[in-house]
Write a protein that binds this ligand. Structure first.
Ligand code: ADP
Length: 308
């Protein structure tokens, strides 16, 4: 049995436009690395964290909590220690906690000889995510574990649909260095929505799923709208409308808030278009006094992977 594994756990975009709370996708090369090794002592310990200041206490770190959920079920007569090399800034809106929560269970499952399938791993990882967000959700975890575009059809029972990802899809992310409190992002949402907005949302989500199945980039472009959440949450993100206009003018297929922000994402057809879009979004923020970073990534169909 392998005693040590190094993995790459990617960042993810959730709340993809009309797929609020159900649709996400996985990024490439933007993510954390983790090393997990077996220990003779039972239980889970976190022995190293680099990059950001996060809790070492197993029950406070999402990677520890999800790992505990798995070992409580499997009951191995040995334990695991976890090292986290964190590159995704916590609270950025591109699934920092999900990368850790999914990474630990993926790595342990590999070391145990893969007793669990991807849906079961997502279920364990949801216990970890709950530590960061106070509720169990899977819309960042499932894309990290499955790769590509993923629809979380239901949480109870957990049902995840791995959708096809057209080959030429790229994502460009802009992360303004501001903090949006999750509580504020939640509070700003309406409790009820007009019927007309609901109709537009399910029509767009249906056509988006169809566009992914048929690699229809034009239909994808006509589907990437969010009538329900974006009008409210975008108010919390400086220059949202300016960036949106700039990236659409530069040829993006769609644009929206990543997770609950402050990061925003654009989807493009091809790398050349992605580069143009990245330039356009940078230009808008360069004229503000807010620090920011951008990332360009092919949509990652593979998800978490073993490095060694
Ligand atoms: P994100 O969407 O980027 O994951 P969240 O606000 O959902 O951001 O989660 C970040 C919160 O989770 C922070 O309060 C952070 O301290 C906590 N947390 C605990 N363990 C981890 C971890 N291993 N990686 C990232 N965040 C963690």
């Amino acid at each position: 049995m392998k005693k040590e594994i190094r993995i790459f756990s990617p960042g993810t975009v959730s709340n993809v436009s009309c797929g609020f709370d159900v649709l996400g996708f996985c990024l490439d090369h933007i993510g954390d690395e983790m090393v997990v090794r077996t220990t003779t002592q039972k239980g889970i310990s976190i022995t190293k964290i680099e990059g950001y200041d996060l809790p070492y206490e197993t029950k406070k770190n999402v990677a520890g909590v999800s790992a505990l959920a798995l070992v409580n079920d499997f009951q191995p007569d040995f334990g695991f220690e976890i090292e986290i090399y964190k590159r995704i800034k916590p609270g950025s809106g591109i699934g920092s906690s999900a990368a850790s929560a999914a990474g630990s269970v993926f790595a342990i499952n590999e070391l145990l000889g893969k007793p669990y399938n991807k849906t079961q791993l997502t279920q364990f990882a949801m216990k970890g995510e709950a530590v960061a967000s106070q509720s169990e959700h899977a819309d960042n975890l499932a894309p990290a574990i499955f790769g590509g575009f993923v629809l979380v059809k239901s949480l109870k029972p957990l049902e995840i649909l791995n959708l096809p990802t057209p080959d030429e899809l790229y994502a460009v992310i802009i992360h303004p260095q501001i903090e949006i409190k999750t509580a504020e992002a939640r509070a700003i949402l309406p409790k009820e929505i007009p019927m007309q907005d609901a109709i537009s949302q399910w029509s767009n989500l249906g056509s988006l799923v169809h566009a992914l199945h048929t690699s229809d980039y034009e239909l994808l472009k006509r589907s990437l709208y969010d009538a329900v959440v974006e009008p409210y949450r975008s108010q919390l993100i400086p220059h949202f409308e300016d960036v949106k206009q700039a990236v659409l003018d530069a040829g993006a297929l769609g644009f929206g808030i990543s997770g609950s922000g402050p990061s925003m994402f654009a989807i493009t057809k091809g790398e050349k278009s992605a580069k143009m879009v990245e330039i356009a979004m940078r230009k808008v923020y360069q004229s503000s006094n807010i620090q920011f970073e951008t990332y360009l990534s092919k949509i990652n169909k593979e998800g978490i992977k073993t490095l060694s």
